[in-house]
Design a protein around this ligand. Structure first.
Ligand SMILES: Cc1cc2nc3c(=O)[nH]c(=O)nc-3n(C[C@H](O)[C@H](O)[C@H](O)COP(=O)(O)O)c2cc1C
Length: 352
């Protein structure tokens, strides 16, 4: 880790191995430097709030289409909604047309964004075909124009999220990241995989390190942080200013607090207490129902329950039952019944 890379961090580490306690992105302080990654279908404001309460320093919305914003889609405008307790929050936008980006950014800022992030890593064919997401990495000029348009229209810092390019690792992503910095991006999030890799492969964090080496602005490292101790390891191995956690937060919004402890060099503590997944899962379900209505909440929680109960005994039957619940009441009853069973199977851990 070099002095100049450290120089842009807002907090100097005290020991050889200490990790920065926070990072400034534009004028926004991210403390601790742990970011909930954007995930389509998951990072709605309920989950973002749970993750902020669970210790995240910054939370991101799922990607939102600038075209849909400007077409006035009601569902899209609901996706933009933020709540008081989740700040700082980054709203991620995707699109290809600078003019539409220019018009949509103020709408997202008015909805509460502290940061605007531009998606340049999504591989979904529909997104790519429209010239957005990772397609922008094949057209740096278009990506620059989009970034400049967003910055000109934005009252808050603008960041970009990229991958390691489209197919083979030809290192082009380093120059691409440099160009986004040149266009004015306040930070770059780097998911270490190429588009061709999708979500597979073993951690290639050295790609994150290459981007860190090349940039002056903070780099947020993304990909495969699952355990609390992965966060300081990624920081040390790559020099990134902040660590993003996406899939690892599913069913474990408290992972951020554990990772923050690991960053401080403290014992991250045991996995959550046995009954914690049940309590947080039920809270998650109820908060979702308040926000999105019972039908959508039950639908989403069928999937989320799998994550909360991962690793618990006899979870197979519970998961099969949960897959067919139709109401919040049914979901609560099943969860409470399963919690009682788990207490019997694991009495010493389950008792207070
Ligand atoms: C279901 C799912 C949805 C995702 N949606 C988005 C998205 O909307 N925008 C984005 O930039 N990245 C998205 N990602 C990528 C994540 O933000 C993250 O970069 C990637 O999953 C690697 O990090 P992880 O190993 O911590 O999950 C998504 C990933 C998953 C698994």
């Amino acid at each position: 880790m070099t002095g100049d890379r450290r120089g842009r961090l807002s907090h100097e580490p005290t020991g050889e191995d200490a990790c920065p306690a926070h990072v400034a992105i534009g004028g926004v302080t991210v403390d601790p430097p742990l970011v909930l990654g954007p995930m389509a279908g998951s990072t709605n404001r309920t989950f973002r709030l749970l993750c902020r309460r669970g210790g995240a320093g910054l939370v991101c919305s799922e990607m939102v289409s600038v075209n849909a914003i400007m077409q006035g889609s009601e569902r899209t405008h609901m996706m933009l909604e933020t709540s008081e307790g989740e700040h700082p929050v980054s709203i991620q936008l995707f699109g290809a047309e600078p003019e539409i980006m220019r018009d949509a950014v103020p709408v997202a800022v008015a909805a509460g964004a502290d940061i605007i992030d531009i998606n340049m890593g999504c591989c979904v064919p529909k997104v790519r075909r429209g010239g957005a997401g990772v397609a922008l990495m094949a057209d740096p000029k278009a990506a620059e124009a989009l970034t400049v348009a967003a910055i000109e229209a934005s009252a808050v810092p603008v960041t970009v999220k990229i991958r390691a390019g489209l197919t083979a690792d030809d290192g082009g992503y380093v120059e691409f990241a440099r160009r986004m910095q040149g266009a004015g991006a306040a930070a770059v999030t780097m998911h270490w995989r190429t588009a061709a890799q999708g979500f597979r492969g073993t951690p290639g964090w050295e790609r994150i390190a290459r981007v860190v080496e090349a940039l002056e602005v903070p780099v947020i490292g993304s990909g495969d942080v699952r355990q609390p101790e992965d966060a300081p390891r990624m920081m040390r191995e790559t020099g990134c200013a902040a660590v993003m956690i996406a899939r690892g937060a599913w069913g474990r919004p408290w992972l951020f607090a554990q990772a923050a402890a690991a960053l401080r060099g403290e014992d991250a503590g045991a996995e959550a207490a046995l009954m914690e997944p049940f309590g947080v899962a039920l809270l998650h379900a109820q908060m979702l129902a308040l926000d999105d209505g019972e039908r959508l909440a039950v639908h989403q929680m069928r999937q989320q329950m799998h994550h909360y109960m991962k690793g618990l005994p006899n979870a197979g039957l519970f998961r099969r039952q949960i897959n067919s619940v139709d109401s919040l009441q049914e979901l609560c009853d099943l969860t409470l019944a399963y919690a009682a069973k788990v207490r019997i199977v694991l009495p010493s851990e389950g008792s207070p």
